[in-house]
Design a protein. Structure first.
Length: 355
């Protein structure tokens, strides 16, 4: 059986990693909300309902699961200003049921099916956009859950996890953009990575001083997380992929995975992320389908694209959660996936998928 396109495999991995992240939340974190953060049970319910709508209903053309449909109706009646108290175990089970149904549809997807448009309440939308948005949505909420888990006493939750399907070489290491799709150019997962950079850049400025420099001992300071994102992307896409020298500031900052947590200067970290993004973007925009199977580091370009996109969205969710603890208004994540949307002619002024 031919493996689904890379973006679909990333979504299947995201389903598994979301459940694994839920399971990393200790009992103290499975009750009511922590300060201004959503309760873990509410997050699981929100994902069960929205993911069911996007993939099982809109993309696959099925009927909504009763649990999520009823929960959404009650939450809408209560308004988002009054989040429903939702039992963690019940919501987790609902998400697992939704994911099981989605898996059956996703495993049968090919390039042509992702390019097919389906009707949404906002107008026709490509299935590929729904898939990409579901990936981003799952990982930003995993980042939020990692903050809750840390506050509740868990060891650090390192995201995005194994991503086993993306890491496994396949015979069809080509993107969805073939002659059957509207854009034969930049692979979908490369577009998603560019959108994840936009999300990090959108969230970073809303962090207040306590969120930037670490007022909670169990949470990474925002400055560290931002520098860590930049270091990972610089190392993979500028050093390994393009043969550039390492960014001198990032090399001296010691913010790689496993390094002791420090508190770098936030403005310097933001500048390093901007440099990294500027150097990486032209390379990512120049990738084509045949490039996905090329070796890179210990895997290949496709696997590294998947890991980078998931990594950036997860940390964007973490940064938003930490910002929220210190009073920032929720930005609604993820934002518009402009790079993914451009593959199918979507405009930057509309986002056809409800958050």
């Amino acid at each position: 059986m031919t493996a689904p396109p890379l973006a679909v495999r990333l979504l299947l991995d995201a389903q598994d990693e979301f459940v694994a992240t839920l399971d990393r939340v200790p009992d103290p974190g499975r009750g009511g909300p922590w300060g201004r953060l959503n309760a873990a049970g509410w997050i699981a319910a929100h994902l069960a309902a929205s993911y069911d709508q996007w993939i099982n209903v809109l993309a696959a053309g099925g009927e909504p699961r009763a649990w999520g449909r009823d929960w959404s109706a009650r939450q809408t009646a209560a308004t988002l200003a009054r989040p429903l108290a939702t039992p963690f175990v019940e919501a987790r089970a609902a998400f697992v049921e939704v994911a099981d149904g989605a898996t059956r549809f996703l495993e049968g997807c090919d390039e042509a099916s992702l390019a097919t448009r389906v009707d949404t309440r906002y107008g026709p939308e490509a299935r590929g956009y729904l898939v990409a948005r579901a990936v981003a949505h799952l990982f930003v909420h995993m980042g939020e859950l990692s903050v809750i888990a840390s506050l509740a006493g868990a060891d650090e939750v390192r995201l995005p996890g194994r991503l086993a399907r993306c890491a496994t070489p396949t015979d069809d290491a080509t993107p969805i953009e073939r002659a059957t799709a509207p854009s034969p150019e930049v692979p979908l997962v490369a577009r998603l990575l560019l959108d994840s950079y936009d999300e990090v850049a959108r969230v970073a400025p809303v962090l207040s001083a306590p969120a930037r420099f670490g007022a909670f001992d169990r949470l990474n300071p925002g400055a560290f997380t931002l520098a860590h994102i930049a270091e990972h992307e610089d190392r993979v896409w500028n050093v390994h992929a393009q043969g550039h020298p390492r960014d001198a500031w990032l090399e001296a900052a010691h913010v790689s995975t496993g390094d002791p947590r420090g508190v770098p200067d936030f403005d310097a970290a933001a500048a390093a992320f901007a440099r990294t993004r500027a150097a990486t973007t032209p390379y990512l925009q120049g990738l084509r389908g045949a490039d996905l199977a090329r070796p890179l580091a210990t895997t290949n370009i496709g696997a590294e694209l998947s890991r980078s996109a998931a990594h950036c969205f997860a940390h964007a969710g973490e940064l938003m959660a930490i910002a929220s603890l210190f009073g920032a208004e929720d930005l609604g994540q993820p934002g518009l996936l402009a790079h993914v949307g451009a593959a199918w002619g979507a405009t930057a002024s509309t986002d056809p998928v409800p958050r």
